[in-house]
Ligand binder design. Structure first.
Ligand SMILES: Nc1ncnc2c1ncn2[C@@H]1O[C@H](COP(=O)(O)OP(=O)(O)OP(=O)(O)O)[C@@H](O)[C@H]1O
Ligand SMILES: [Mg+2]
Length: 649
């Protein structure tokens, strides 16, 4: 790889690695973004407010309070048993060395010691078993809460956050929390008890020897801190490099067709090698520093051990310190530093879990779609007719109580809207759609056609103006009822894993099999479905990967056709379907929507020719309106689009 290219790569990926080292970004820019296994987990990244995150994690465990108390009891029992078990060595050894010791006494002590260890082992087994249940239960609740939240978030959230980032909160971040719950919590409790208990027993056994440990302790802590800090730094870098590499793999695998089309295989391989090498270098450093923690601590522990043994030996000879006491003491001096070592090695798990928890909780705290108004109007369906449900407290629309039947008459009055407050996309949109009418939106790419449909079913709320159905402001309608009654075929198709039948039925869950077939026929999907291997029972996976683009669109149309909604929006619904099939669908839909209102968006102008009114949008404004003939006669923008004249300028 030449130097220039290398420099460019370094610049590109340095940026992305740095980004991953920062606190989790809200929005991922272009470039390799994380998906599964991405840098979402941000191992080692320091959490902003560790205490708060920890408290909230505990609030999820709290539900199992009784089990937790039992775990605590088992941990204490286990630690105490282990301390007591090793203390038993003292009478055993003293019994052997002192005069008058008997085999019987020795045997008794050994049985007692075995008993104590057995209690310890049982407690440790129970504690592990119960703690797994507790932590998995907590994770289940976290995932439930998170998914519940995902269903309530506004479309704006999805438009501004990358899919990979959202995914990694469910996978990596939750996993990181789980790892900490499974191991670290018990370890911390056990370490605290063990260190305190050991220290007490050391003091009890011999105060002078304990002094050696007290002197060694700060030295050990300092060394652990030094190595730990280094390893944490490299561990962070390693995770960032891992994230970048994962992001790159994800991007290249999902975009494999584009890679092939532009023959970028070799470049992709080169870039991959570069990133892979970077990961290797960082991993070597991280693992080296992570790996030397053990030996360094081991050395200190050895020194402390030898000093204790030497001085203890002297005490035995000169001061009559008992041999049993010395044996248990040297054991304790080993035992004392072990939990401290183990905990220092757990710091990365704790940090990544807390950082993960913050990301999970940040998503849980995102503002959901605003609540319906207290007096929001509902819509009910009965025998194919629709009725307004005006609640008692609703004062604005009391007059509708007498004539509750809904007429799908859609009015937009002077609507202004922008996705961001600083940029207005739609300006001065006013239109009137009578029941049964077909209104078309045409206009160049980015003109704002899809944006209008986003407003009709309240994916976004408008900034200024009013949108009403049958005289009722859509802001005053219960959001669920509104969406149930505005069927939509979105510009980007989406199919769920499941059979063809299930996918069509998604439009109305109580539809019968006959209705499914009927809807498929309306959408001209029946004949191709029958040609599939298992007909309506064919499984669709990966967003309908085994279907053609046009077939996917037909299923999306069938899904909308099965819903009895009085208002239908088709956003480029037939853009990938051949013109003959399109004509068929049009006829079927016209029949279906005879007394309903349809909004159609299409670039292929032949599709909208028979619409009652065509709105020509340009830069978010309606610049021309009328039916096909009128617009052609005007010789304006529509004429240009229709005759292809605009391509010439
Ligand atoms: N989620 C969004 N956030 C911010 N701006 C957006 C968003 N979606 C669309 N826009 C902007 O709004 C404008 C109108 O987009 P819209 O999707 O309505 O166009 P369109 O007329 O449907 O185009 P096309 O024919 O390509 O589907 C565009 O300039 C686009 O950049
Ligand atoms: Mg669009």
């Amino acid at each position: 790889m030449d130097a220039k290219r290398l420099e460019r790569l370094e610049k590109k990926y340095k940026k992305s690695a740095d980004r991953q080292l920062e606190t989790p970004p809200k929005k991922h820019g272009p470039g390799p973004g994380p998906r599964h296994g991405g840098p979402g987990r941000m191992g080692g990244a320091k959490p902003k407010d560790a205490g708060k995150a920890l408290k909230r994690i505990f609030s999820y465990i709290e539900a199992d309070r009784i089990k937790l108390v039992f775990v605590l009891f088992c941990v204490i029992l286990n630690t105490v048993a282990s301390l007591a078990g090793s203390y038993m060595l003292r009478p055993i050894i003293n019994g052997l060395t002192e005069e008058g010791g008997s085999v019987q006494k020795l045997f008794g002590s050994i049985v007692l010691m075995a008993g104590i260890y057995l209690v310890g082992v049982t407690a440790s087994y129970l504690q592990a078993r119960i703690m797994i249940g507790v932590s998995q239960g907590a994770l289940q609740r976290i995932r439930n809460d998170l998914f519940g939240k995902v269903q309530k978030l506004p479309v704006r959230f999805y438009d501004t956050n990358s899919y990979g980032d959202i995914m990694s909160r469910f996978s990596n971040d939750v996993d990181a929390i789980g790892e900490m719950m499974n191991n670290t919590i018990v370890q911390v409790i056990s370490a605290v008890i063990s260190v305190t208990g050991t220290f007490a027993l050391m003091l009890y056994t011999n105060v002078w020897l304990t002094l050696i440990t007290i002197v060694m302790l700060p030295l050990m802590m300092k060394a652990a801190g030094f190595v730990g800090k280094r390893s944490q730094k490299y561990y962070k870098a390693q995770q960032a490099a891992l994230g970048t590499l994962n992001g790159y793999i994800e991007e290249t695998v999902t975009g494999q067709k584009v890679v092939k089309v532009f023959c970028h295989e070799e470049t992709a391989e080169e870039e991959f090698h570069y990133l892979n090498r970077d990961l290797r270098d960082k991993q070597i450093k991280a693992q080296f520093f992570g790996g030397i923690m053990g030996p360094v601590m081991g050395n200190f522990s050895q020194i402390s051990y030898s000093l204790t043994a030497c001085i203890g030996g002297l005490l035995c000879v000169l001061r009559g310190f008992d041999l049993g006491g010395l044996t248990v003491f040297v054991n304790y001096s080993r035992q004392f530093s072990r939990p401290i070592n183990e905990l220092s090695m757990q710091m990365n798990t704790i940090f990544s879990a807390l950082a993960g928890a913050e990301r999970v909780f940040a998503m849980m705290d995102e503002a959901p779609e605003c609540e319906d108004k207290e007096d929001a109007v509902g819509i009910a369906e009965k025998d194919g007719r629709f009725y307004w449900e005006i609640p008692e407290e609703q004062e604005k629309y009391t007059y509708r109580k007498e004539q509750p039947e809904l007429k799908p008459e859609v009015v937009l009055q002077n609507v202004y809207f922008g996705y961001n407050p600083d940029k207005t996309i739609l300006k001065h949109i006013t239109l009137y759609a009578k029941p049964g009418q077909k209104i078309a939106f045409v206009g160049s790419t980015g003109a704002g056609k899809t944006t209008i449909t986003n407003l009709l079913n309240r994916f976004y709320d408008i900034g200024q103006g009013c949108i009403s159905i049958d005289g009722i402001d859509i802001q005053d309608i219960r959001r669920d009822d509104l969406r149930r009654n505005v069927a939509m075929v979105l510009q980007d198709t989406h199919l769920f894993t499941g059979t063809v039948r299930e996918n069509i039925r998604y439009g109305r869950l109580d539809a019968t099999d006959e209705e499914v077939v009927e809807a498929a026929k309306t959408a001209s999907a029946h004949s191709f479905i029958m040609r599939l291997e298992h007909g309506y029972d064919t499984m669709l996976e990966g967003d309908g990967a085994n279907l053609s683009q046009g077939q996917r669109q037909l299923l999306n149309i069938a899904r909308a056709a099965i819903s009895k909604a009085p208002i239908l929006i088709l956003d480029e619904a037939t853009s990938s379907v051949d013109t003959r099939t399109e004509r068929h669908i049009e006829k079927g839909m016209d029949r279906l929507m005879a007394d309903r209102t349809t909004f159609v968006i299409a670039h292929r102008l032949s599709t909208v020719r028979n619409a009652n009114a065509i709105m020509v949008l340009e830069n978010g404004e309606i610049i021309e309106r009328g039916d096909h003939e009128e617009l052609l006669a005007q010789k304006g923008r529509y004429y240009e689009l229709y005759t292809g004249l605009s391509e010439l300028d």
